[in-house]
Design a protein around this ligand. Structure first.
Ligand SMILES: [Mg+2]
Length: 244
């Protein structure tokens, strides 16, 4: 009924791009942040692209995204501190600038959910499966609340929880493993739903029972190559009678 192996007892959902349409908000905020920075400091380095987002940033903790993208362009910045202003040419400064842009966009336009994902969430709950959101976002609780599906989520491992517990971000499997532990199931009895290459890699690295790649940007082959057992464009495809 849910399109999963019979051994699965818990679902671990990434948030941005899997349950909510916020991956596009993050992409736009990163693009503006990096393009402004590159124009200012290194005009020859070109622009931040969707391919850069998919490869170097998506799914990772914010500061890892800053470091990994800049490294791809041969740029190393001082770390700075969380008190840096958003215009500081530091890892923290760029991360703060990006976060401000995300907050402004979400405050103005709200959080859009994927209807197929919410239907899937509800079906999973009705089938008796446990559910967790596992996200690098430090705004996980607010986004879940604003998305209106908090009642369908049993537990949450977001960027705040990861920082408090010292968990490594995706592509390390730590946050997904913490989600399974919180739900009381071994990794082999949990499924990971991810739209990011780093997230699918985390699901594979954690030896989870099943990994569903969710392709929102035309990277099905890369998701499969990163370790997805199946790739769908919408979670509703996994529900009975809706397979495409
Ligand atoms: Mg995502």
């Amino acid at each position: 009924m849910l399109g999963l192996p019979g051994s699965i007892r818990a679902c671990l959902f990434d948030l941005d791009g899997v349950l909510t349409r916020t991956a596009t908000v993050h992409m736009a905020a990163w693009k503006r942040t990096f393009d402004e920075f590159l124009r200012r400091t290194d005009p020859g380095a070109g622009e931040f692209t969707q391919a850069d987002y998919n490869r170097f940033v998506d799914g990772k903790p914010r500061l890892d995204g800053v470091r990994d993208f800049l490294a791809s362009r041969g740029i190393t910045l001082p770390e700075g501190t969380p008190d840096d202003p958003p215009e500081a040419a530091t890892v923290h400064g760029l991360g703060l600038r990006k976060n401000q842009l995300v907050h402004a966009e979400l405050a103005e336009h709200g959080v859009e959910v994927y209807p197929g994902s919410v239907r899937y969430l509800r079906a999973a709950k009705e089938a008796g499966l446990a559910t967790a959101v596992v996200t690098a976002s430090r705004n996980g609780a607010q986004v879940i609340e604003a998305g209106g599906f908090a009642d369908l989520i049993d537990t949450r491992v977001d960027g705040e929880v990861a920082a408090a517990q010292g968990l490594r971000g995706k592509p390390a499997p730590d946050t997904f493993l913490a989600g399974a532990r919180a739900l009381g199931v071994p990794p082999a009895a949990a499924v990971v739903f991810e739209d990011a290459l780093a997230g699918v890699a985390a699901g594979r690295a954690g030896d989870f029972g099943y990994v569903v790649g969710v392709d929102r940007v035309g990277q099905a082959d890369a998701l499969a190559a990163s370790g997805a057992d199946v790739v769908v464009q919408d979670l509703a495809e996994l529900l009975d009678g809706e397979a495409s």
